[in-house]
Design a binder for this molecule. Structure first.
Ligand SMILES: Cc1cc2nc3c(=O)[nH]c(=O)nc-3n(C[C@H](O)[C@H](O)[C@H](O)COP(=O)(O)OP(=O)(O)OC[C@H]3O[C@@H](n4cnc5c(N)ncnc54)[C@H](O)[C@@H]3O)c2cc1C
Length: 446
């Protein structure tokens, strides 16, 4: 049998691609190397608590690529609970997190002097940008280093960069933090607008635009699966794709045990591994782009608490930056009590793995920090679960060139978080799928 399309990877990008193609009356085969579907967009049970693959807030829910796809192709739509605020924990207090640098310049947690310096930095960025087109692609560190900010502010900016791009201030480009890391649409909004945003009034409505899906993030994948039209989509798990070859108009995709024929391929696994799998010749310019992409590894520690603690009495996320191990935390059972046994609480704490620390060391550091910040929390912990993951297949870094949806040979399309640099996570994955669908339409494949 020859499929219209073989999709490699059953993460959110692969599943969304399959849904669109199937609704366009194509016969689709999804090949997934692991035994589960959903990739980084999954939820599962641990000792009665339902954890997600990392704490997730879904962005751009008012108007964004996921909503566009849901409106057009989903038969069942997940219910999103408003995310609430992002907070910064300062001792026992929580302060609302500034989303963009201009918000940061007005942020009470740093000194007045540093706020003034930052305001200067922002004006300089605006001036520079009109004369030097590339100035916003420099690293945040290079941008702020001459402003003599205090170490507290620098450490905060560094944490802020990790939060928005997955990388330190040495690697994060200035445009990423000026645009709020995906809270605006970097590619379409245009640099000029961005600059007027920097010096203009802060319009921080972002958090209203974000949500957490009732039932956990698996509700998004479940909604996609439930929307597949009958007999159009086949999913095969435990099928690690090891070879792809195109002969004339047919692709042959090989796994350990099987070979499959198709007219097109959608590759939603890590693009950096494509050259090892694809047997046709790849242009050097394509490989050069891939060499600019970098990844970040994160560690999430899920804690199941036997009671609801006052410190986590909010819906939203919190960032801790002054510690040895900064973290982002989200008490997800506050959105949906069903995610924890009755009367209990479930919180995900995510940190970035930097340097050569082992998983065990990093987890211990994180747990020590948590114990310091939340006194006697250990008495309440009845479940601990660690996940080490790559949140996005490519981080936003200075000089990174995202390849877009066009693969290195005709008929091979790319989707996923390493093809498109707009926004983050699931929203970025959805952007990539829409972009790819547009290209397939132009190519008259659908
Ligand atoms: C800790 C953490 C926190 C996050 N927070 C957020 C958040 O707040 N908001 C948000 O929107 N997003 C967030 N994300 C990111 C989001 O989950 C991912 O970006 C998204 O799920 C990626 O989807 P994808 O389909 O592009 O890639 P993946 O989920 O990586 O899917 C790729 C799939 O391809 C499969 N595969 C790989 N190689 C092969 C092969 N050779 N053959 C067959 N199959 C293969 C993999 O097994 C996998 O299932 C977070 C992620 C993590 C880990």
């Amino acid at each position: 049998m020859k499929y219209d399309a073989v999709i490699i990877g059953a993460g959110i990008s692969g599943l969304l691609s399959a849904l669109v193609l199937a609704k366009e009356r194509k016969n689709v085969l999804i090949l997934e190397k692991s035994s589960v579907i959903g990739g980084n967009c999954r939820s599962y049970l641990v000792d009665g608590f339902q954890v997600d693959t990392g704490a997730h807030a879904i962005t751009s829910l008012k108007k964004g690529p996921l909503v566009t796809l849901m409106d057009k192709y989903f038969d069942i739509i997940p219910k999103f609970i408003p995310h609430g605020h992002y907070y910064v924990r300062d001792g026992k207090k929580l302060q609302i997190f500034p989303y963009t640098l201009q918000g940061f310049a007005r942020f009470g947690i740093i000194s007045k002097k540093d706020r003034l310096l930052l305001a200067h930095a922002l004006l300089d960025a605006a001036k520079n940008h009109t004369t030097q087109k590339k100035s916003l692609d420099m690293s945040v560190y290079d941008f702020i280093k001459s402003y003599k900010l205090s170490s507290k502010s620098i450490s905060f900016i560094d944490t802020f960069c990790y939060f928005l791009s997955g990388k330190s201030m040495h690697e994060t480009p200035v445009w990423r933090i000026l645009s709020g890391g995906g809270t605006t649409d970097e590619l379409t909004r245009g640099m000029k607008n961005k600059i007027s945003g920097i010096v203009g009034i802060v319009r921080n409505t972002t958090y209203l635009n974000q949500g957490y899906p009732l039932g956990g993030i698996k509700s998004i994948t479940s909604a996609i699966l439930a929307s597949f039209p009958e007999n159009r989509v086949t999913i095969r798990t435990n099928e690690n794709v090891t070879k792809i070859k195109k002969n004339k108009n047919t692709f042959i995709t090989a796994t350990q045990n099987h070979k499959y024929k198709s007219g097109t391929i959608i590759y939603s696994a890590e693009i950096k591994s494509l050259p090892k799998i694809l047997e046709n010749k790849i242009p050097k310019s394509f490989e050069d782009k891939l060499s600019t992409l970098k990844q970040t590894r994160s560690l999430t520690l899920w804690l199941g608490l036997k009671r609801k603690r006052d410190e986590f009495n909010y819906t939203g996320s919190e960032v801790l930056f002054k510690a040895e191990t900064p973290f982002w935390a989200m008490p997800i059972s506050n959105y949906d009590p069903q995610l924890a046994p009755e009367g209990m609480q479930l919180i995900g704490f995510t940190t970035i793995i930097i340097g050569s620390k082992t998983q065990k060391e990093q987890k211990q550091l994180l747990l020590n920090t948590i114990k310091k910040i939340f006194p006697h929390i250990e008495k309440d912990i009845i479940m601990q679960h660690v996940q080490v993951t790559v949140p996005e297949k490519a981080s936003i870094t200075v000089g990174a060139i995202f390849p877009g949806p066009k693969g290195p040979i005709s008929g091979l399309y790319l989707a996923g978080t390493d093809t498109d640099k707009r926004s983050m996570g699931i929203t970025r994955a959805a952007h990539s799928v829409l972009e790819m669908i547009d290209l397939m339409k132009k190519d008259k494949v659908i």
